[in-house]
Design a protein around this ligand. Structure first.
Ligand code: HEC
Length: 158
């Protein structure tokens, strides 16, 4: 009986240390302001793109070669891009909590929305090119899709 309890404790502690080592944090530091729900949601949609993009880069650089993964990650980027507009649609100016989104997004919604449409189209084209498995087609489509990131961030991200 006692042994089981002890083993459970050890398992729990091990799981916790793995979580901590992975850098996954559930409690934010006190100095870091907490995101409000809408901010967290759109932030996480962007993070999906970031992780997928990072792993495609590994394939382009030759540090990863898992068969078929580029197409899957490209699909994730396209899905994430397609979900961005509804995530940003709600005007959250004045809401309490952290966000990196500038108020200009809702000031200039038509422009922001056009940018998201282009981003969605370019990542969809990347996902299509990635199905071919041909790096000669994938690389330029990847470059085009990722050209949307910085230009929008420069304008609309704090
Ligand atoms: C049309 C505008 C737009 C496009 C295109 C766009 N983003 Fe963003 N992104 C934003 C905004 C605005 C935020 C801030 C959201 C918030 O904090 O509420 C953001 C936040 C992020 C974040 C959150 C963490 C951080 O560094 O701020 C990451 C990561 C990110 N974007 C990656 C990308 C990548 C990679 C691409 C391209 C493949 C991309 N984004 C395309 C507007 C855009």
């Amino acid at each position: 009986m006692q042994k089981t309890v002890k083993r459970k404790l050890i398992t729990g502690a091990a799981a916790l240390s793995v979580l901590l080592a992975s850098g996954v944090s559930f409690a934010h530091g006190e100095e870091e302001e907490k995101r409000f729900a809408e901010s967290q949601y759109r932030h996480d949609i962007m993070m999906i793109t970031k992780y997928a993009l990072g792993n495609i880069l590994q394939h382009l650089r030759g540090t990863a070669d898992q068969e078929g993964d580029v197409a899957k990650f490209a699909e994730m980027m396209a899905m994430s891009a397609a979900m961005a507009k509804t995530a940003f649609e709600k005007d959250t100016r004045g809401m309490e909590g952290k966000t990196d989104a500038k108020g200009d997004i809702w000031e200039n919604w038509a422009d922001f929305s056009d940018r998201l449409d282009k981003y969605e189209a370019d990542t969809a084209a990347l996902a299509e090119a990635a199905k071919s498995g041909d790096m000669g087609q994938i690389a330029p489509a990847f470059k085009k899709a990722t050209s949307n990131c910085k230009s929008c961030h420069d304008e609309y991200r704090k």
